[in-house]
Design a protein around this ligand. Structure first.
Ligand SMILES: [Zn+2]
Length: 113
């Protein structure tokens, strides 16, 4: 479990907490009991890495997934990356193989009509 640093904006009390990454941040300060706790972004290396968790994390994952699936629809390379190259090639060759069959199926369907 990661350690999170908190600071109270009311009384400036600072403390650390261990909790699951998916848990929502603590709001209440254990010192003064006010809802003024603020989680400090531990930016150790300071490379723009922000640790998200709870609702924020879920929203971010959802957002990323949405963006990724959108990109995958328009960019072949993103799609290939997402699947891994082997899987991508496999699917592509299967799709190519299925194409004539599908056309045949469509043709015979039209004939029957
Ligand atoms: Zn406080």
């Amino acid at each position: 479990m990661p350690t999170y640093e908190y600071m109270c904006e009311e009384c400036n009390h600072e403390w650390e907490e261990y909790h699951e990454i998916t848990r929502d941040p603590t709001k209440v300060c254990p010192e003064c009991g006010k809802e003024s706790a603020k989680r400090l972004i531990s930016g150790g290396s300071g490379k723009g890495v922000v640790t998200l968790y709870g609702g924020e994390l879920k929203a971010k994952i959802k957002d990323d997934a949405k963006k990724l699936s959108r990109d995958a629809k328009t960019k072949e390379s993103v799609y290939a990356n997402l699947l891994g190259n082997d899987k991508y090639q496999e699917i592509q060759s299967r799709m190519d193989k299925n194409k004539p069959e599908r056309n045949e199926a469509l043709k015979s369907f039209k004939r029957k009509k």
